[in-house]
Design a protein around this ligand. Structure first.
Ligand code: GDP
Length: 195
C-alpha cells in the first residue's frame, strides 16, 4: 500500500517556534497555485486533506500530517502570491528559508512547480536555501495534463539542464487531474524514509 494512504492530519502551526517535536519529515513547497494542495490530496488519495484554492497566499499556516508514528509530511505555505504586501512576502520567504536550512529532521523536499512555468525566481531561492543542507529535492512538474507529450519531454530536459549544478535533485512530471506520476513520487519518498 502507498505510504501516503495513511496520512492523517496532525497539527497546524503559525510560527516556526511552534514546530512539533522532530520526527523524520518530508516537506512540500511551491508557489501559490502551483498545485501543491492538489498533489498532497492526490498522493493521499483523499479529496480534502490539504485545502485546494483557499484564499491563495493568505494562509501562512504550516500543516503537519503524520504517516504512522514516526514520519511527518509538512505542507508549507505557498509563496509568490502577488497580492500579499511585499513586507509580508519577504518575511515568509525568510521564514521558509530558515526552516529549510535549519530543520534537522527535514530529510527531503518536494518542490511543486507548474510544468508550464518552472523555475521562477522564488523556486530558485528555495533550492538555494535547501542546497546547503545537501539533502535531496524531488521536483514535481505539476498540471502535466496541460502539456503534450512532446512539451513535457522538453520541459523535463530544460529543468534537468538548468539544475545540473544542484546535488541530489530529481525531476518528474505529475498530474493530479490524471493521477499521473503518483508511483514515482512514492518510490522517491519511500527511499528517503527508508534510508
Ligand atoms: P496550491 O496553491 O499550490 O495548493 O494549488 P492548488 O492545489 O490549490 O491548485 C491550484 C489550481 O490548479 C486549482 O484550480 C486546481 O484545480 C488546479 N490544479 C491543480 N493540480 C492540477 C492538475 O494536475 N491539472 C490541472 N489541469 N489543474 C490542476
Amino acid at each position: 500500500m502507498s505510504i501516503f494512504q495513511n496520512a492523517r492530519f496532525y497539527t497546524t502551526v503559525n510560527h516556526m517556534k511552534d514546530l512539533p517535536a522532530t520526527r523524520a519529515e518530508v516537506a512540500f513547497v511551491g508557489r501559490s497555485n502551483a498545485g501543491k494542495s492538489s498533489a498532497i490530496n492526490t498522493l493521499a488519495n483523499r479529496t480534502r486533506l490539504a485545502y485546494v484554492s483557499k484564499t491563495p497566499g493568505r494562509t501562512q499556516h504550516i500543516n503537519f500530517f503524520e504517516l504512522g508514528e514516526e514520519c511527518f509530511l509538512v505542507d508549507l505555505p505557498g509563496y509568490g502570491y502577488a497580492e500579499v504586501p511585499e513586507a509580508v512576502r519577504a518575511h515568509w520567504v525568510e521564514l521558509l528559508g530558515r526552516y529549510l536550512q535549519t530543520r534537522q529532521s527535514l530529510i527531503g523536499l518536494l518542490l511543486i512547480m507548474d510544468a508550464r512555468h518552472p523555475l521562477k525566481e522564488l523556486d530558485r531561492r528555495m533550492l538555494d536555501f535547501f542546497r546547503e543542507t545537501g539533502r535531496p529535492v524531488h521536483i514535481l512538474l505539476s498540471k502535466a495534463d496541460k502539456l503534450s507529450r512532446q512539451e513535457q519531454a522538453k520541459v523535463l530536459a530544460l529543468v534537468k539542464r538548468e539544475l545540473a549544478d544542484y546535488p541530489a535533485v530529481s525531476v518528474q512530471m505529475f498530474s493530479s487531474l490524471k493521477k499521473a506520476g503518483v508511483d514515482e513520487v512514492e518510490q522517491v519518498v519511500k527511499g528517503w524514509f527508508d534510508a
